[in-house]
Design a protein. Structure first.
Length: 389
């Protein structure tokens, strides 16, 4: 039968096609296979600048955790997608990266290396109510600036200072010199150490603030040699610290040298050479010293063809914790995820158990002491060394 110039069969076929198109447009169940949604998680780490080796390592670990979660079906049936945000360890760059992550609609953020770059991002994430698991940055300035949505899985500067002071006392140190770069991390650690050391009746005979990227430390070396401290404590990062080490030893300083946890990279030895041997460093427990990290280390090496860096385990744990909190929350509602993070109690991480204080800081110290020996970091177990976490 024909109607005009169109057959009934043709009309019927056209109606069926239109129905399918309408079903696709409206998302009618059963019309087409549903595509799995993704949960976007930001990774705020430095992937450019002098601290990029740390940041790339952290990003690798976060991605590895996400891959493992996705291989097991994801979270709440959805896959995790990692969205990098380069902080460059620069406050303004970090602010721009954080603003972009928020505009992209991320459910949460994992990372945070340099405290100075992490600090101004707290308000951005706080205003957007985005849960933020901070996996490396540990300046005590972060605690007071935290709007309540950020959680620190690395021990704070208070714990690092106690570790430093305990080692100095055990080594019979009476006078120290402290050198920092005036940023949120190194200045915080320097000020806290000076206060704790002087409270014990000891002396800080020299206190220096130098510029980031400084190449010539000759004036500082001269002052330190004149002050004759029993120990020198460098509280900033390894890229500049390596130069200071070399120039201190070349300038004739033979006393004890200790470094803050921004120096726990193996790259310090590439830059400082033999000057790094005999130097102490306060650090979170890195993968090579964690019996619980053997499987993690093997998988990291297999996937990235290199050894995991200093903050890899904490970054991996941070991503796993974020996924756990989403699962506990039962949704991607940010307020519910923050509530779930606050309730974290004994979460089993590769780097150790995670429980938070009322101020959203790690409820234990994870600091250990490393000793430069034979061109690499070794775990110091002598007088003044804390127990492994």
């Amino acid at each position: 039968m024909t109607i005009g110039t169109t057959t009934l069969a043709q009309r019927t076929k056209g109606v069926a096609a239109a129905a399918v198109a309408l079903a696709m447009g409206l998302g009618i169940a059963g019309a087409m296979p549903a595509q799995a949604a993704t949960i976007e998680i930001g990774a705020q780490v430095p992937t450019s600048g002098s601290e990029a080796p740390y940041g790339i390592d952290m990003l690798n670990a976060i991605r590895m955790a996400a891959d493992q979660i996705n291989a097991k079906g994801g979270v709440l049936g959805d896959k995790i997608n990692i969205v990098p945000g380069d902080s460059a360890c620069d406050p303004q760059v970090a602010v721009n990266a954080a603003s972009k992550l928020v505009s992209q609609g991320v459910t949460g953020v994992v990372g945070g290396y340099c405290s100075g770059a992490t600090l101004p991002t707290l308000k951005i994430y706080g205003d957007a109510h985005v849960p933020f698991v901070i996996t490396a940055a540990n300046s005590t300035a972060l605690i007071g600036a935290n709007p309540g949505n950020a959680f620190m899985v690395n021990s704070t500067g208070y714990d690092q200072v106690k570790t430093a002071v305990d080692l100095f006392k055990a080594k019979g140190i009476k006078t120290i010199a402290i050198i920092n770069e005036g940023d949120a991390y190194s200045a915080d650690l320097a000020k806290l150490t000076r206060a704790a050391w002087e409270k014990l009746g000891n002396k800080v005979v020299d206190y220096e603030v130098v510029s980031k990227g400084e190449q010539d430390f000759s004036a500082v070396v001269t002052k330190i040699r004149a002050a004759r401290p029993d120990a020198v404590f460098w509280t900033a990062y390894y890229a500049d610290g390596a130069l200071l080490l070399k120039q201190l030893r070349q300038g004739g300083y033979s006393g004890m040298i200790a470094l803050g946890d921004g120096n726990n990279s193996s790259k310090l030895f590439q830059l400082a050479g033999a000057a790094a041997n005999g130097v102490y460093c306060f650090s979170n427990p890195t993968a090579n010293f964690l019996p619980s990290a053997k499987t993690f280390t093997a998988e990291y090496r297999k996937q990235f063809h290199q050894a995991p860096g200093p903050y890899s385990t904490l970054s991996y744990d941070g991503m796993m914790l974020m996924a756990h909190a989403i699962q506990v929350a039962g949704s991607t509602d940010k307020a519910k995820i923050i509530t779930a993070l606050k309730a974290t109690n004994g979460f089993k991480g590769v780097a150790g158990p995670i429980t938070f204080t009322p101020k959203n800081t790690l409820a234990r110290s994870n600091f250990v002491v490393l000793l430069g020996k034979g061109g690499k970091w070794t775990l110091y177990r002598g007088p003044g060394a804390p127990a492994m976490p």
